[in-house]
Design a protein. Structure first.
Length: 101
C-alpha cells in the first residue's frame, strides 16, 4: 500500500489540502491504481504487433503533414532592413501592441 507520506507529498505537489479521511481513501485508491499497472507489466506482449503509435498517426498519402522545424540564421542586412521598416521600434527591437490587457 502507498504510504501516508507519499500521499501527503503528492497532495503537496498538487497544492491540495487533505483531511485524514481523504488521505486514507487516497492511499487505498492510489494503491489500487498502482497494483493494476503492475499487473499490466506482467502481460506478455512480445508476440503482439503494435496497432497504434501517436506520432505516426497520419495519412500515408500525405507525407507533407509533418515537417522538420529548424532555425535558420538570417543575414544581418535582412534583419536591419526589417527593423528599419518597422513603424515603431526601440533600439534593435520591434515594438508591437499589447496582446493582453
Amino acid at each position: 500500500m502507498i504510504s501516508k507520506q507519499d500521499v501527503q507529498h503528492i497532495a503537496k505537489l498538487a497544492r491540495l489540502g487533505l483531511k485524514e479521511a481523504e488521505i486514507k481513501k487516497l492511499q487505498k485508491d492510489l494503491s489500487s491504481i498502482l497494483d493494476y499497472f503492475n499487473s499490466l507489466k506482467r502481460v506478455d506482449v512480445s508476440n503482439i504487433e503494435p496497432t497504434f503509435h501517436p506520432v505516426e498517426h497520419y495519412s500515408k498519402e500525405r507525407l507533407d503533414i509533418m515537417r522538420q522545424d529548424r532555425a535558420e540564421s538570417q543575414p544581418e542586412q535582412a534583419v536591419d532592413k526589417l527593423i528599419a521598416a518597422a513603424p515603431d521600434k526601440k533600439k534593435r527591437h520591434i515594438k508591437v501592441k499589447a496582446v493582453f490587457k
